[in-house]
Ligand binder design. Structure first.
Ligand code: H2P
Length: 816
């Protein structure tokens, strides 16, 4: 039982009586109501606080243990966090799920209904944001002192609605009803400057900002599983000064003018990735980046000074992981703090900075490597520009001394791109300012060093390393798929696998066991019934729980090739109309969001919905093929789809997907992958075995070669009758008129070699269908996928970061 920290605090216990007392008390004192008159929202909020309170004592003890140990702390800087819903996680991590269920039942309320009020914070976009959340979970589970820093976006990315088949972006006001998991800390506000000028005072350069915005932190608890550690994620919200509201304007009836300054400040944390098609949007993005970095570094330095006074140990106590380039401004900002504010000399400051930062790159696409116009940067952050230039000078001097006279190399390695306009290369800034640079899968790390960052890898080979991504087995198996988790625990004799995922290997011996197989199939079918119920309510489409559930779920991007999957669906539609036995009964589920300004993929979403409408209404294929586009993909939706999936589509063009993590989540839940040799698919196939994976398509080297050569997609289309028929069906308007633009991209450049891989992909799908026809064979493949997924635990990923980059020791938190 957890005890209070002093006589003034009430005891927090785990018995049903204590839980009920606290729940009713929270209802009374926090919501001002009683069980008799409480709304469901009241009960939800009080339940959440009751569960949260059970973590607070652990958090307090964690902070005490960290203060005493003065360890090296990991600070994770990320523009995105996809934390997922918190209620069920925290019930599980505090061991109070059963107690809560019973107590609520006694009060006449169902936990499952109340749990539906839990809203997932909309603070992320895709794999990068979910990876951040999985790493925080695994860090706490490993007792490593860590803080995640991010922005508390009011409206997050966007809520995706489908209107007439097209994506429509709506604001995602995730905290509209109040967010019980946050601890706001108004008294810890931090001023962040923008614009202004640089002055010289007593021989030192100093930035005098012209505009100031307040960063207001709130934190959420990040509990470890099976341990006492509770770390935090600290999120910053932009606020205007309390006298920013212009009372005179308001009094004169100019209400819009009255709030102008308030809006200008608060816009900074309004949305994730404001559209960058306007100058306003671009400037806002850069402001956000600096806002995150400035607030977070201030907090990191404050934490350092709580326990230390000597700057020379800063890097021994601090490692800052840059999650992609969005927080790369932290490099010049730390230099500014050290040199301008704390008056360290440049060389000492630079050595501290480099030893402090590490950078994770998540892409290979050159267009995804951020750059900022020097002119904008200079206007917004004049002192930082000077610092970037100074860093660049030292850096280019080093290049010159190592490779004398190589002007081309200097140009390529410079932090500044000169043509066609002068821009700052953020990835270069991150690499130059870090002691370690990592990719997120073996292939990705190798390609980074050979292509995208090749010159840097030549300059500093020792900085480059790989850390293959991983996923939290707590979130994506225990929470998302309780049925499978229970079956696994029953057979493995306990839940040890939850923190030691390699134990799943013990399932391999059961792959051929017919009774185990039967139970495995029952779990899948029940999960499909859950998905079917949701899909029916959300879209009206009826799913067959016995059909092969074939899922392509992830952010929309042309390289991820949702369109290749769709061409397969169209071909299946044709085949089934001619021969109802041409394929196994199949449900194809698409889900994912497209960036609002990415027109080409938004058209693909429209085409998917067009195909779904026609296929689902076609009596000729009824019961054989169903297509759904499930709107608003996020962690909550993933938790529903992933456990129900049989076939996992990981079909990006080889050499484009850095890693993927959906591939891991799906395989862990027993989905068999149809995939290319891309990202972590390669490592997945190595582990689950080639016989339990449907491989197809060109590899990365071959793809690069095809692209360099004389690739003619039109000829491929002309020589493959089924492909020609599928394209003709789109052209003829069978799935809606006016998709000529989609065809033009395919038949024109076909950047992502969709047509080149079409035939191999269909063959792989036929092989999958053949395997599905033999349930014993399929189920064995499915079990082997789960059994050999241990490597893809985020716990292993964190152990790799710890050993290869962070060198941070665990600090166990003593139980009471
Ligand atoms: C990105 C990469 C993925 C990678 C993930 C996490 C940016 O995610 O593309 O390949 O697994 O980061 O490292 P996503 O495409 O899902 O937005």
């Amino acid at each position: 039982m957890e005890q209070p920290n002093g006589p003034a605090l009430r005891a927090i216990g785990t018995t049903a009586a204590e839980f009920e007392r606290d729940l009713v008390s929270n209802l009374y004192f926090e919501r001002g109501t009683t069980m008799e008159s409480a709304s469901a929202q009241d009960v939800y909020q009080s339940l959440a606080v009751t569960v949260r309170d059970r973590l607070v004592d652990r958090r307090a003890r964690t902070a005490t243990a960290h203060q005493a140990a003065n360890p090296r702390c990991v600070y994770y800087l990320s523009a995105e966090y996809m934390l997922g819903r918190q209620l069920r996680q925290n019930l599980q991590y505090t061991g109070t799920e059963e107690v809560a269920r019973d107590v609520l039942k006694g009060l006449g309320v169902s936990l499952d209904e109340i749990a539906d009020f839990d809203v997932e914070p909309s603070l992320g976009n895709g794999g990068l944001g979910r990876l951040a959340a999985c790493l925080l979970d695994a860090l706490a589970t490993a007792d490593i002192p860590a803080v995640g820093y991010g922005i508390r976006y009011d409206l997050g990315l966007f809520r995706q609605a489908i209107v007439d088949g097209a994506q429509v972006e709506r604001p995602d006001d995730w905290a509209f009803d109040g967010s019980p998991w946050e601890f706001p800390q108004q008294d810890d506000r931090q001023a962040v400057g923008f614009y202004g000028r640089v002055e010289v005072e007593a021989g030192r350069r100093r930035w005098i900002p012209e505009e100031t915005v307040l960063g207001e932190p709130s934190h959420m608890l990040v509990p470890g599983y099976g341990t006492q550690t509770v770390n935090i994620v600290r999120l910053w919200r932009a606020r205007a000064d309390s006298d920013a509201f212009n009372l005179a304007d308001f009094a004169a009836g100019r209400s819009a003018e009255a709030v102008q300054e308030v809006l200008r400040s608060e816009n900074i944390s309004k949305v994730l990735y404001p559209a960058d098609s306007t100058e306003f949007g671009r400037e806002l993005r850069l402001k956000q980046q600096y806002f995150l970095v400035s607030c977070s570094l201030w907090d990191i330095v404050r934490r350092f000074h709580l326990r230390n006074s000597d700057w020379t140990v800063f890097a021994d106590k601090t490692v800052i992981q840059l999650n992609d380039t969005h927080p790369a401004l932290a490099v010049p900002e730390l230099m500014r703090l050290l040199v301008d504010e704390y008056e360290l000399d440049w060389d000492t400051a630079w050595s501290i900075t480099r030893r402090t930062f590490a950078y994770t790159c998540h892409t290979l696409l050159p267009e995804a490597l951020e750059t900022w116009p020097v002119a904008l940067f200079e206007r917004l952050l004049p002192r930082h520009l000077e610092i970037v230039y100074a860093i660049n000078q030292t850096h280019l001097d080093e290049v010159e001394s190592r490779f004398p006279g190589d002007g081309d190399l200097r140009r390529r390695l410079s932090l500044i791109q000169e043509e066609p306009e002068r821009r700052i290369r953020m990835a270069h800034l991150a690499v130059v300012g870090s002691h370690a640079v990592n990719g997120v899968a073996e292939l990705h790390s190798r390609l980074l060093a050979e292509t995208t960052l090749a010159d840097f890898a030549r300059l500093w080979p020792e900085r480059f390393r790989n850390v293959t991504n991983g996923v939290s087995p707590r979130r994506f198996l225990r929470l998302a798929n309780p049925r499978l988790a229970a079956l696994i625990s029953e057979r493995l004799g306990g839940e040890g696998w939850l923190t030691d995922l390699d134990q799943l290997r013990g399932l391999a011996a059961l792959a051929g066991d017919s009774e185990f197989q039967r139970r495995w199939r029952v779990v899948k079918r029940d999960n499909k019934l859950d998905l079917a119920a949701y899909v029916r309510a959300a879209t009206g489409v009826v799913l067959d729980p016995d059909a092969l559930c074939d899922v392509h779920v992830k952010r929309f991007h042309e390289y991820k090739r949702q369109l290749l999957k769709l061409l397969h669906v169209i071909t299946l539609h044709d085949r089934l109309r001619a021969d109802p036995g041409a394929d196994v009964p199949r449900t194809v589920v698409f889900a994912g969001k497209a960036a609002p300004s990415y027109h080409a993929v938004k058209r693909i979403i429209q085409l998917i919905n067009g195909v779904a409408k026609v296929v689902n209404a076609d009596p000729a294929v009824a019961g054989r093929l169903t297509v759904v586009f499930l709107p608003d993909y996020n962690v909550t939706r993933a938790e529903l789809i992933v456990p129900a999936a049989d076939l996992s589509e990981q079909i990006s063009l080889a050499g484009k997907e850095a890693s993927g993590t959906g591939n891991m989540k799906l395989a862990l839940n027993g989905a068999v992958t149809v995939g290319t040799l891309d990202g972590a698919n390669i490592e997945l196939r190595d582990r689950v075995g080639a016989d339990n994976f449907f491989l197809f398509g060109v590899d990365a080297a071959c793809a690069a070669e095809v692209r360099r050569g004389d690739y003619r997609p039109g000829e491929i289309a002309g020589s493959d009758p089924e492909l020609a028929a599928a394209l003709a069906a789109i052209a003829d308007g069978r799935y809606g008129a006016g998709f000529g633009d989609v065809l033009d991209t395919l038949l024109g450049r076909d950047e992502y070699l969709t047509l080149a891989d079409y035939r191999a992909y269909l063959d792989a799908q036929d092989a999958a269908a053949a395997a599905w026809r033999d349930p014993a064979r399929w189920t064995a493949m499915s079990i082997r996928n789960t059994a050999h997924c241990g490597f893809f635990s985020a716990d292993r990923t964190v152990a790799d970061y710890r050993d290869r980059i962070w060198h941070a020791d665990p600090v166990p938190v003593p139980p009471r």
